[in-house]
Write a protein that binds this ligand. Sequence first.
Ligand SMILES: [Zn+2]
Length: 311
Amino acid sequence: MKTAYLTHSDYDLHLTPAGHPEQVDRLSVINERLSKPEFNDLHKLTSPMGTNEQVTLCHPESYVNYIKNSCPSEGSIALDGDTHVSAESFNSAMRAVGAVCEAVDLVLNGKAKNAFCASRPPGHHAEKSKPMGFCLFGTIAIAAKYAMKTHRLSRVAIIDFDVHHGNGTQDLVWDDPNIMFISSQQMPLWPGTGFENETGAFNNIINYPLKPEVDGQDLINAYKKEILEKVSEFKPEMLFISAGFDAHKNDPLANLNFSTDDFRIITKLLCEFAANHCKGRVVSTLEGGYDLPSLAECVAAHVKVLMEHAK
Ligand SMILES: [Zn+2]
């Protein structure tokens, strides 16, 4: 089987102001990198539009309408200090939702072994009724709930290695006993949440703060020594990844020192875990990563490991 890769040129219609780190070029450099022959085996697909039924798995209808109605007819406007919408932002965020749900269908229907979604805007900071940190809808949490509702999975796990805390995902799964959420983040850093004592209503949220300046070995060791053991005890049937690459040493928004190879090793650990505990089922979606050359290399390394595990 193959690795599915879902993206769409319409993500480029989600516009942010000049100089904003979450920019159109992020997907351009990724798609350019993945056009190389070494990625010929990827099952490349265009992301479908998400549905109201999918997005309301996590967000109230009133919030969905708020995002839709906030989009200006031209230019972009700020919903908060970081988060902007333009004319097509609602559609882009809905398409990011459609991509992860399609990825879930492909993997659980046996059409792909695993999948990566290169989408914009990202999703892991969006809370139930609040856009935050460049994010409008909680894409990965929606995917997890969609997998359980549509494919009747009993338990799933979400791993978030973006340098920022996945506060939105945490908010969306806080009181769900069947979703385990593991987030590692630089601390202190925006958004200021993600302390170890934030464990969810059912004690199935793990927050792993990382001190500024550490490299990837710190997280790799934590995965090996404690975190993946706890995830295995939860017995998830599928693994979801919030793949942010802003812990990279070149990233302008944070102060960790992960190398591109650290992301390869992290992905390998997660794919090996999924092979042993989740029938290899992995759906990963892009979150942060703002140094364009590093972002392209990290996504290439991440996707290459997914492809190796799809054989
Ligand atoms: Zn981030």
